[in-house]
Design a protein around this ligand. Structure first.
Ligand SMILES: Cc1cc2nc3c(=O)[nH]c(=O)nc-3n(C[C@H](O)[C@H](O)[C@H](O)COP(=O)(O)OP(=O)(O)OC[C@H]3O[C@@H](n4cnc5c(N)ncnc54)[C@H](O)[C@@H]3O)c2cc1C
Length: 375
């Protein structure tokens, strides 16, 4: 049996970012059920980095994470982790009042927003339908995240500091032995002093396995499709398109156009698959708001965005079990917040002060403590 300080359950972006930041200070094992890291939510995201349009706490986490994305440690990634994309927020004639409200609110904090005429919007996003768009503004602060490079950077760094990553191991029946947790894995038994729950959509059931009361994390299914762009459209320079109420969003993905109906259907944790109706809505929005003909759907998929009741991440020790730590509930922003949350979780686990950046943005990590949700 191999003994570790910390066993992290879940080999998605949450578990692996924590392994990266924690491995220099503690012995770490990551245990993942699937063959393939990032197989669930992490591998199904829209790879968007945005500084705004989320709860203030999430925007603060994004601001802290931005410096890591911009200046990762030497050797972390061979390519830039963020690529400038820009975003155009659009509204149709029925949503003008709502558009004005959002624009007024957002431009108070973001002087880089540019109001666009319909002509200017179409110049920036040549696929927009003139008879759909009634109002638009441009926000330069949208980026694409190189998710695979980010994930592999975390994996390499964690391994370099001795972390072990075990795949194809479903944590099913943990045991207590001599004051430690003992877990059966595909490469034998391991023991750990502390368990980290980074199980994404399965965070609540995993807590129950360890005798910890669930905090109410509910996975919500979200769907995306890709369709072909016409040859005259340059996917590299096309900005992201966001409906003002997030009824839908679209962005280039691998030379094609990704469209999501921004669905958020509560579901059981599973290898979720797209429902026909959500795929149909995704295609409908492409045809309604753009001139891109939907001749075929190249690919469709769905993934889980898992939320606590207050939609903030859950980071910290369980009150009833000081050897059980939550790193869950990252909702629709787990990739973009992973540098800040991985570093925060590592510091909390070793009893250190919050990492650089938290104080500067005035973010108190207690906001994320599971205690707020524990009965
Ligand atoms: C369509 C879509 C678009 C999104 N777009 C964005 C975006 O643009 N930007 C952004 O930042 N975020 C986005 N997200 C959200 C982001 O993908 C998630 O917040 C993030 O991936 C969560 O990471 P995780 O590691 O917690 O979960 P996961 O990646 O799901 O990892 C959890 C892992 O735990 C494992 N596991 C569970 N139970 C066990 C067990 N008992 N034993 C062993 N292993 C177990 C699972 O197999 C899984 O691999 C999007 C999500 C979706 C679905």
């Amino acid at each position: 049996m191999r003994d570790y300080d910390v066993a992290i359950i879940g080999g998605g972006i949450a578990g692996l970012s924590l392994a990266y930041f924690l491995a220099p200070h503690r012995s770490v094992v990551v245990i993942e059920r699937e063959e393939g890291l990032g197989y669930h939510s992490t591998g199904r995201s829209a790879a968007e980095f945005v500084l705004r349009y989320n709860a203030p706490e999430v925007c603060a986490l994004a601001a802290i994470s931005k410096s890591f994305f911009d200046n990762p440690p030497e050797g972390f990634s061979e390519v830039a982790l963020l690529k400038q994309r820009g975003g155009v927020m659009i509204a149709n004639a029925e949503k003008i009042a709502r558009f004005e409200e959002v624009f007024a609110e957002e431009s108070r904090f973001n002087p880089s927003l540019q109001r666009l005429t319909v002509d200017e919007a179409i110049e920036r996003v040549p696929i927009l339908r003139r008879d759909y768009v009634a109002a638009a503004f441009y926000d330069p602060q949208f980026w694409d995240i190189e998710v695979e490079n980010l994930l592999q950077g975390y994996v390499r760094g964690a391994r370099r500091h001795g972390a072990e990553i075990i795949e194809r191991s479903d944590v099913l029946a943990p045991q207590r032995r001599d004051g430690r947790w003992v877990l059966a894995t595909s490469s034998g038994e391991v023991s750990a002093k502390t368990i980290v729950n980074a199980a994404g959509g399965w965070a609540d059931p995993v807590a129950e396995l360890f005798g910890v009361t669930p905090v109410g994390i509910v996975p919500h299914r979200r769907t995306a499709i890709t369709v072909d762009l016409t040859d005259d459209i340059d996917a590299l320079t096309l900005p992201e398109i966001n409906e003002i109420d997030e009824d839908f969003y679209m962005k280039p993905e691998g030379g094609r156009l990704l469209s999501s109906p921004a669905d958020a259907t509560p579901c059981e944790p599973a290898d979720v698959q797209p429902e026909e109706i959500d795929v149909a809505w995704a295609a409908h929005y492409v045809e309604e708001a753009t001139t891109v003909p939907v001749r075929r759907i190249f690919k469709s998929w769905a993934g889980m965005r898992s939320f606590a009741p207050d939609r903030l991440p859950v980071i910290g020790f369980a009150r009833e079990r000081p050897d059980f730590f939550w790193l869950a509930g990252q909702g629709g922003y787990g990739i973009l917040t992973s540098p800040a949350l991985g570093a925060l979780a590592a510091n909390l686990l070793v009893g250190a002060a919050p990492p650089d950046g938290f104080e500067a943005v005035g973010l108190n990590p207690l906001k994320f403590a599971p205690a707020r949700l524990e009965a």
